[in-house]
Structure formats: structure tokens, C-alpha cells
Design a protein around this ligand. Sequence first.
Ligand code: C2O
Ligand code: CU
Length: 466
Amino acid sequence: MLPRRQLLKGSAAIAALTAWPELGFAADGVLSDAPINLCASEVQRPLLPGRRPSRLFLYDGISPGPTIRRQQGDRLRVLFHNDLSVPSTIHWHGVRLTNRMDGVPNLTQAPVRAGETYLYDFILPDAGTYWYHAHFNSLEQVARGLYGPLIIEGDTSLSSSSRDVVLTLDDWWIDDDGRFVDGFTDWSQGKPGGRIGNIATVNGNSPGQLVEIPAATPVRLRLINAANAREFFPDFKGAEAKVVAVDGQPLAEPHPVTGPLRLGPAQRLDLMVRLPSGGEARLAEASGTLLGNQTLAVFRAGPPDKNAPQNVQLRPPNLTRPGPNNALQIPLVMTGGSSAEIAGARYQDAQRNLKQLVRAQQVWAFNQTADLPKQPLFRAKRGASVLVQMENLTGWSHAMHVHGHHFQVLNSRDDLDAKAWRDTVMIDRNQKVEIAFVVDNPGRWLLHCHMLQHAVSGMRTWFEVV
Ligand code: C2O
Ligand code: CU
């Protein structure tokens, strides 16, 4: 049984898909410096209508949390209230912000304890599609619903809600009673690929909802994958579509959609679509691994918008290309996930055998080290070019995420990756992927797998820019 009605929000389903939550702040940026409140709390609510309640963690009582919309260059101030009974923090995924606002517990800030508040305060340097999520025990906290879209405008004039549609994708693991499956402590659970759910939601609603968009007008669809470990394979069918931005950063040239796209955990894709008058199109999920509806959303052409621009070019990213020659070369070898693939590793500054690693639930490693080492993976001067040579010796794919920076992917088999600036890249088994970037943001930054089960059980390291 799948949710027929909307899952978590209180208003009509279609309205929930096409309208922005009203936060009480000015969308035009006039009041953009005023802090907004964001409150995390635990809520008992049925995931599916008529079923028994699940224990959810929500920002402001909804999942996804409120859409935060700002202009490029704005200062964003968010007063975070932690009304959970456990510590939490907020990470602003992909934003090149000042290090102490990055929300990584014990690396960039102390965890915000139950009942406490914390003011996040930073400038938004880039326009694009970003998101925010809990970064304390994120495996559990993100799975229970703590995430939301962060949309930074200023790269086009297409900002009205009918021409700019956010679609936040998630999956949920539910049991036969329709309840959220707990069980975060046993890393194995026969799921070394991470916590992959069996039903999908789009903006917290059951998939396949109808969205009306103006005909004969470019409309921007912002796809965000907020799932714990699932890769989505979205395919836009029935009308013309192009990828115009990846992980928030615009592509130099739009990339035509000719089949399923790959959207790994934490990644974003911005599509520009155009429906003819009377047209209908759909965003399908091509993996076929979800229960129920394999259509994420249906788009129907409404009245044309005469004032809309017909040609939309995004402004190019403001990022420095890494130098090809004198880059610092950093090997990063990924192991783990099964006894055949990890014999032992360093953990908390001592060498451990497999049995000890399993007991500590640290079964994945970067360079034979599980979890954050005392010394960084590398330390580099601000402005240096860095080449991280990742090699995946595990039996699974991973979603490798660098905090505070965007990088170029040098040798991917994926032609979209080859053109993009990314903050999160997929690396498949037995694959080598090199990423290059200029470290231009001082501080201590995390580098980890965004399949959150992998991150909490070893796949995390850090680097320092001085
Ligand atoms: Cu969205 Cu450290 O991650
Ligand atoms: Cu992983």
C-alpha cells in the first residue's frame, strides 16, 4: 500500500508540490538579513494514511523542511532550535561557506545539545540548488526526515514559482505495517549498500503528483536527492529537457536529456524543460526498484506565460580551475563492506583486526583508516590545486562528497560528470575517479561517503586548508 494522499504536509497535495512554504520572510531579499527560526523536533506521525505512527524527526513539523530561498550574495541567518532529545547540527550541503558554519560536529562546531539553540550566519557565494540536513548521527537523523531545500537565486530571472519547481526526492524503509523501520545500529542487516528504502516520496508526498507549469516556456526543475543511500535514475519523458546545472553549479553548455540520468545521494540536477501547449510529460524513475508508482511527477501544460524569457542562460560558475601541473596528489583507497574486502584498519589511532572493527561497527576505510584520523588526509595552503585519486576496492558504489568546495571530475565514464563542477561524485566498484579542485576556503573540511550508513561506519576523513 502506498500513500495515496500527501504524506507529511497539511495543505492540498498539488499546492504542496508547486507552492513554497510560507516562512514569513520576504522572498525578494528585502528582509534577507533577518534571522529565520528552524526548529528540529520529534513527531509521532503515520507515514502512510491510516497506519500506525512512526517516529519522525522534522524541521518545523514538515519533511522536507521549509524551502529557504535567498539571493546570491545574501547573508543567511538561521536560528536553529534543537527540540530533539539528542544533539544535532545543520550542514548546508554544497555551500562554499565559512568553515565554522559548516555544521560538522567536533570538527567545525560543538554539537547543539537537546534544548539548545545555535545561530548559523553566513554569506551565500553561489546561486543554485542546495540543501540543508542534520549532520549529527546523520544516518538516523536524515532518514527520519531532517533535511530541506536551500535555493539560491540570481543565476536567471526565472524565479517565479510556476517556472521554478523544486522536487526533493527521498526514499523510506517501511515494514508491512507501513511503519518506519528503525535498526540503525546493526551495520550489516544484509544491506551493505546502505539504508535503501522501499517507497519514494517527492516533496514529502506520494510520487506521481500532477504539477501544472506554463506552456511554451522554459521551466526549471530542481531535483535534490535527499535519500540515505538510494541512487535515483530520473528520466524526463514526453517533452524536451536539458540539464543546465549539476550540484548547484551551472554547466557551460546545456546537456540534452536522452535517457535516464543518474542522481546519487546528495546530488542535484537542474533541468530546463519546455512543454508545448496542451502537452504532458513525466519524470519517471528508471531503476524499477521502488514499490508502486515509478513516476515521480507528472507535468501538464497550463496557460502560457507571455512575460517569460524564451532563452535562459545561466551565469557561469565563479570557480577557479585547478592547475594541471603542480597539483598536490592525494591517493584515497576505499576498502570495506565485507570480510573479504577488509582484514583490518586503523581506528581511533590503533590497528584493529576485523573482529574489532565489526564490534565497533567500523567496517569501511579510506587508506586503511576507519573514521576520522587525528591527522588530516592532507593539509594544503589556500590557493593550492589538489588532485584526489580515489580508488574503489569495495564491492559497492559510493557517493563521495567534499565539504566547502566544488571539484572537477577528471576521468569519469559519465559524460555529464566530465562537464560538471560537483560537490558529490559517484564512484562504482573497481573504478578510479580523480577529482581536482583549488582549496580556496580555509578551515577543516570533511570528505566522506554520502551513503550515510557508510559514513557513520568508517568512510569519513578530513583535510585542512591553511
Ligand atoms: Cu551533505 Cu557531510 O554532507
Ligand atoms: Cu559509501
